[in-house]
Design a protein around this ligand. Sequence first.
Ligand code: NAD
Length: 546
Amino acid sequence: MSLNGFTLPPMENEPVLGYLPGSPERKSLQDELKRQSQEIVEIPCIINGEEVWTDNIVEQVMPHRHAHVIARVHLAGEKEIRNAIEASLHAHQSWSSLPWQERASIFIKAADLLAGERRAEVNASTMLNQSKTCHQAEIDSACELIDFWRLNPHFAQQIYQNIQPPISPEGIQNSCEGRALEGFIFAVTPFNFTSIAGNLPSAPALMGNTAVWKPSRNSYLSNYKIMQLMMDAGLPAGVINFVPARASEISDICMSHPMLAGIHFTGSTGVFDHIWTQVGKNLPNLRSYPRIVGETGGKDFIVAHPDCREKALLTAMLRGAFEFQGQKCSAASRCYIPASVWERIKQPYIDEVAQVKMGDPADFSNLVSAVIDEKAFNNITGYIERARKSDDAEIITGGNYDSTVGWFIEPTTIVVKDPQYESIKEEIFGPVLTVYVYNDEEFEDVLKLCDETSPYSLTGSIFANQEADIETATKALRYSSGNYYINDKPTGAVVGQQPFGGARGSGTNDKAGSPINLMRWVSVRTVKRNFNPPEDWRYGFLKPDE
Ligand code: NAD
């Protein structure tokens, strides 16, 4: 489509580059990794388009080499946080009045920069900051964010077209105006996806809103690069304010501000529960009921039927559980496997996991690297130690860990006898997969068990060959996940292909990267225009009988 010179990009996903030996992308990424490893970036807050240096500094390190500092971050205090809110409220006036195509063209430009000259820089920063392999960085900080920025404008167009009322009788003109929300959006982002960090403030901004963006303390460098990229693409001052700050301080100020219009959150369920409760308490001070969108934790499952493709199952387990050290909300973390299948795949599975190399992501032969920080390391290894001591659990792969250089934990598999054992119920958010082996004839019972075991409902997979078995599982697991996979791993949702999000304890299921999410950032005003307004208040029925 074309309107005043504006053209939407093709409705296509950004191709994933392979980084094969000898490829140009591998060379430029390696050069960039070297360059960024030799510098310490000074990161300011960005408020109203200006760099703000506070001298309240925290250091950012590489998780796989935690003595190596990659950035020094200037944290905002109360004054800067309040200035950021004021800047976004001020920018709202002009930004929300722009035609949506003008707003979209800025994010499309950002996508083009990221797809081209800035790709290696952003991917390298994600690899160093969050310990991702080149492939994990490529599908996150390059492809997924490019897809958000190129495809969201299509969804915005659908929304603005489809909200128009279908009926305008003669003499009346009805219309709907898709306004931005009144106030500012508080975007609170997780460490694990650079793309989500970029999307949470920019999706509402596309719909005319302005945002205060609080990045995670574990992804400041990559997130700062995204902020710079959006500004270089022409984002006006104040539309998105980049505000590294202590979580409790910024959230107290933002969530009690009368002009809080919405919260766009991704992170753990506990933090989201806290946010929701705070908003409830502050409600009397707020001008509007804020829109609260949150994508939270998961305890994502794989259920295998006795008749299934066993090699595909093994691959899904290994990739689904251990890529990016299991730190995906969608990571496979519990597996229900029939005894006959387990008898055949147990040893091959152990052998394959033993092949996985762990180490620095700058060495491209590693599939697994370090977990994000010491707190995560202690939490995950606590599960491993308790399993080691438990009579209900047996560790069959990994189980070792070492934090001397980086926060490294081997890909660990725990087989449990008790289907309610802690590691099969709770989100661990690390490279730990728990397996429960069931009797072949108890497939339907195990589906019920899977549905009822954890409070989450994010992603899940079923491996089965026969249509009837697939149908049985699909029905039994209807509310067990927001994203459901048949004969595939439960990770790797693609924007425009599998809109992403979960329900129950996994969030509000507003499906990132789809019109469903964007609609949350629109507040519709309905306009009725009457060309012949009545001039006599007396209805006909009031007339006396003749
Ligand atoms: P986290 O909950 O620790 O932090 C998320 C964000 O919330 C960070 O910016 C953090 O500083 C902030 N925060 C912490 N305390 C806060 C408070 N009191 N008030 C306001 N903000 C606060 O999560 P994380 O470790 O960054 O990310 C991992 C979690 O995110 C996992 O639970 C994972 O499942 C979830 N996640 C979910 C999805 C999804 O789409 N469902 C995607 C990615 C990650």
